[in-house]
Design a binder for this molecule. Structure first.
Ligand code: NAD
Length: 360
């Protein structure tokens, strides 16, 4: 059995609490002999600043480069509001994304049947929803040059942001989307304003996958009208920022949303650099109270099993266990009906381990 190298960076606030539940699950998989992990731990964000005066140390960056996958909790909090800009907690995450070349952001939006009524949309619109947004993460308007604010002769100012993509950048993100679609329902919806490069790549290498083009603004509308029409949506950095948040809200709570960021495939090993993290932040308002929902973090580990370790059965089993627990009515406070009983972070983790065991 292959041993997978996993680097855990719990971070700040609720990060360590939710990561603790993943540790329980990782050791369960280890004990069952279903997968074997070599685990390192490091600091990121405010906790790294407290220890090293930077948002991630060189030593931890090296561990991240060597890992098969990085599991990231969350960073930030009021304690670090005044640290120098270059050392602010998010700088640790941005450095990881940049140095590991994580250009593909995968954001699944899955609506567990038991939570359909928690969505702000009608249950029939979201129940059973399972879509995947593939967002380009290292290009586009957030990085394009020129990016500047200049003062004009009359004293007014002119701001410039540049939307810029090269064909190799478009090709590589679309390849990720087409490959993933082949493992799902085999359909890619490309949400964009220009479709030349995507169409050419599709004709050349992915004609077996259904491809449709949808204008990004229409895609936002369709996502709240009838999201189940989609399987994989591929989109750029700016549109992806917006569309993935729209899709997130279809499923209920921030505490439920996992994500993955992948880099290029290493031609020698076939492996990609990868970082897995919940979509939520460090939630300082509930940190240390045992109230955090660990499902987004545990779901992120399930994505690591699927996309970095090729452990598809283990990933299915873990996602199935989460669905079982939700089906049994177990809820943390963020997803419980008002006034209903809620379990703590660790009780939710333990319930998922029990459900894993019950799945045999
Ligand atoms: P947040 O996601 O931390 O919290 C928003 C709300 O959702 C809060 O009410 C919080 O209690 C709730 N929430 C979030 N995760 C939850 C969970 N797992 N279970 C139950 N409830 C949960 O966003 P914010 O309040 O805007 O930001 C707080 C801090 O986190 C800030 O310092 C921000 O910069 C940082 N942040 C970090 C990341 C990251 O690390 N990737 C992402 C977003 C925000």
């Amino acid at each position: 059995m292959a041993t997978h190298k996993l680097l855990m960076l719990p971070g700040d606030g609720i990060g360590p609490e939710v990561m603790g539940q993943v540790e329980t699950i990782v050791s369960w998989f280890g004990k069952q002999g279903l997968a074997s992990f070599e685990i390192e731990k490091g600091l990121v964000g405010g906790s790294a600043y407290d220890a090293h005066k930077q948002a991630i140390s060189e030593g931890d960056m090296k561990l991240a480069q060597q890992a098969d996958a990085v599991l990231f909790g969350a960073v930030g909090g009021p304690k670090w509001a005044d640290v120098p800009y270059q050392h602010r907690p998010e700088a640790g995450l941005l450095r990881l994304r940049k140095d590991l070349g994580l250009f593909a952001n995968l954001r699944p939006a899955i609506c567990y049947p038991a939570l359909a009524s928690a969505s702000s949309l009608k249950p029939e619109v979201v129940e059973g929803l399972d879509i995947l947004i593939v967002r380009e993460l290292t290009g586009g308007v957030y990085f394009g040059e020129p990016k500047e604010i200049v003062t004009l002769e009359d004293g007014s100012k002119r701001g410039v942001d540049t939307q810029l993509y090269t064909t190799p950048e478009i090709d590589r993100i679309c390849r990720v989307a087409f490959e993933l679609a082949r493992t799902r329902r085999n359909k890619v919806s490309s949400a964009e304003k220009h479709k030349q490069t995507v169409t050419a790549l599709h004709a050349k290498d992915y004609a077996d996958v259904e491809l449709e083009h949808v204008l990004a603004d229409n895609c936002a509308m369709q996502l709240v009208r009838w999201p189940k029409q989609y399987d994989v949506i591929v989109t750029d950095n700016l549109f992806g920022d917006i569309l993935s948040d729209v899709a997130a809200m279809l499923t209920g709570s921030l505490g439920m949303l996992p994500s993955a960021s992948l880099g290029a495939e290493d031609p020698a090993t076939g492996k990609r650099k990868a970082l897995y993290e919940p979509v939520h932040g460090s939630a300082p308002d509930i940190a240390g109270k045992g109230l955090a929902n660990p499902i987004a973090m545990i779901g992120s580990f399930a994505m690591a099993l699927r996309y970095s370790f090729g452990a598809i059965e283990a990933a299915d089993r873990l996602e199935g266990a989460i669905a079982d627990v939700l089906g049994s009515g177990t809820r943390t406070k963020d997803i419980a009906a008002p006034g209903a009983n809620a379990v703590s972070t660790s009780e939710m983790g333990q319930a998922i381990v029990k459900a894993l065991e019950a799945r045999g």
